[in-house]
Design a protein around this ligand. Structure first.
Ligand SMILES: [Zn+2]
Length: 508
């Protein structure tokens, strides 16, 4: 099942070997330095990954920030903790007297909450395995010597892939360059987010208060997974995100399904038909006017997608899938479209816990991914109109007995407050071309130019204050299980990230 992936990564390693006498050795961290320091780098990463990092736990996030600040200060970064009521952010800068340009790098150090008993090993106890858990990977001992761990092994911990690796890899790049006597060609600024997985609720305040710190000639977002082919990739957009919780209502108390099943309104049934109404038979969103604002894909964007290896069949094999949600759309095109994704449904019990009752309520969560030009407020209006058209009384307030008695069907909506729009920029800016060349010089292979990734980052906030191209440079493997149990990073991705960052900060 994993043969195609292995073949591709072997090819990349071969290219690295062929080119190792030229650009890789000259301007980036040499492989020999990295090998001679791999144990220290892994130990540092293990220390950072051992710190629990759910954004809601501010005390824990401050411990993460303490660790990271001292790690940066050891490399002569000036650091500053930025707080605006939520988890901490870290701003840091390392100036180079010879530099005329500044690169601003974003990464985040919080992680998604965990369900610990779903993990094969505890989420904050970093563990190495010789393969992915889903491919039967076995635990291997933590190394005691340099270069003991195979590049094709995986390190498991919350945030291993999303998104603590950039701090470790960038600092390793700086150490390696210093060892080689090479100065970065740019000033480096970092903005590290301690609450990204919670929707960065205070980022707008942080930017309002400290936006002047963020002046740069290029902003790199170092987050997200690389392409499924394991090829290097530059990404020029992210999708926006918002979500809504839905509740439908049946009788005030559970009723016997035999006596009342044909008589009482059924919350489970209502929820099922509401959710079924969201898409048509082809997987397209069936909400009226939903596609009206969606920015059309340009010829350049479509050409870039067409030039990528098509990994749909490989993914279908890997994931035991026969047919895709949108049958004729390859994965890279599917993320150019908005998504309305049902992520949770809760009502009653099933199987041997099932009871024959008609229940008072059913809930569901729908996650929406927005694409360029869609506005969260307009999306909200369209979705609410859609629910109204199904005959529901829509409310956002507490649903009382009075409300239930007065209306034919009631739907409670809770939109939360973490929605934000997408971001998509040109593939043809001069910075994009420079970065493309720098990555190509690493091993002779052109990086993939991806118009947008499927996930979301709050780039729109930075777009308002950073007067420079914003480009996403992901380093994690696509199969890193981010947000789920057994999150990981492939060791070769960590080593490659060191090469990528050192090339970027010396060749721009
Ligand atoms: Zn992330």
């Amino acid at each position: 099942m994993r043969y195609p992936t292995i073949a591709i990564s072997f090819f990349v390693s071969c290219c690295l070997l062929i080119n190792s006498g030229s650009s890789v050795a000259k301007d980036s961290v040499s492989e020999s330095w990295r090998k001679a320091n791999s144990l220290q780098i892994l130990n540092d990463f293990r220390d950072l990954l051992s710190l629990p990092n759910v954004a809601a736990d501010k005390a824990a996030m401050n411990k993460n920030a303490d660790w990271i600040e001292q790690y940066l200060q050891q490399r002569e970064f000036k650091t500053k903790r930025l707080v605006a009521g939520g988890a901490p952010y870290i701003y840091a800068e390392l100036n180079n007297p010879a530099a005329t340009k500044t690169v601003l790098i974003y990464a985040h150090f919080d992680g998604q909450p965990v369900i610990a008993d779903k993990w094969t090993t505890p989420p904050w106890q970093p563990t190495l395995r010789d393969n992915l858990v889903s491919s039967g990977g076995k635990a291997i001992p933590w190394p005691t010597k340099n270069s003991e761990v195979s590049e094709e092994s995986f390190l498991f911990a919350r945030s291993a892939g999303d998104d603590k690796a950039p701090v470790i890899a960038l600092m390793a790049a700086i150490d390696g360059l210093k060892h080689a006597g090479i100065q970065p060609s740019v000033n480096i600024k970092l903005i590290l987010d301690g609450e990204e997985e919670a929707g960065s609720p205070t980022l707008s305040k942080i930017i309002a208060q400290h936006g002047s710190l963020l002046k740069a000639d290029l902003m790199l977002f170092c987050d997200g997974p690389m392409h499924q082919s394991r090829q290097r990739q530059l990404v020029f957009g992210v999708r926006g995100v918002m979500g809504v919780n839905l509740t439908t209502y049946g009788p005030k108390r559970p009723l016997h399904s035999g006596h009342y099943g044909n008589w009482a309104p059924n919350a489970a049934q209502q929820m099922a038909s509401i959710l079924a109404s969201l898409h048509d038979q082809n997987g397209k969103i069936a909400i009226k006017n939903y596609y009206d604002d969606v920015r059309k894909i340009t010829a350049v964007e479509q050409q870039a997608i067409d030039a990528m290896p098509n990994i749909d069949q490989q993914l279908k094999n890997e994931l035991d899938i026969h047919s895709k949600h949108m049958k004729h759309t390859r994965v890279e095109n599917s993320v150019m479209e908005p998504g309305v994704i049902i992520t949770g449904i809760q009502v009653g019990s099933t199987g041997d816990k099932a009871r024959n009752v008609v229940l008072p309520r059913a809930t569901a969560t729908v996650n929406m991914r927005l694409v360029a030009n869609q506005k969260p407020s307009d999306v909200r209006t369209l979705v609410e109109k859609h629910f109204s058209s199904l005959g529901y009384f829509i409310t956002k307030d507490e649903v009382t007995s009075e409300v239930l008695k007065r209306h034919h069907k009631v739907l409670l909506l809770n939109w939360g407050d973490s929605g934000y729009p997408a971001f998509r920029t040109s593939l043809a800016s001069s910075m994009a071309r420079q970065l493309n060349r720098i990555l190509e010089e690493l091993d002779g292979r052109k990086p993939l130019m991806t118009p947008t990734m499927g996930g979301s980052l709050p780039i729109y906030l930075f777009e308002q204050v950073v007067d420079a191209p914003i480009i996403i440079l992901p380093v994690a493997n696509h199969d890193n299980n981010q947000h789920g149990p057994d999150e990981n990073i492939r060791i070769k991705n960590l080593w490659d990230a060191i090469d990528v960052y050192s090339a970027v900060i010396t060749k721009l």
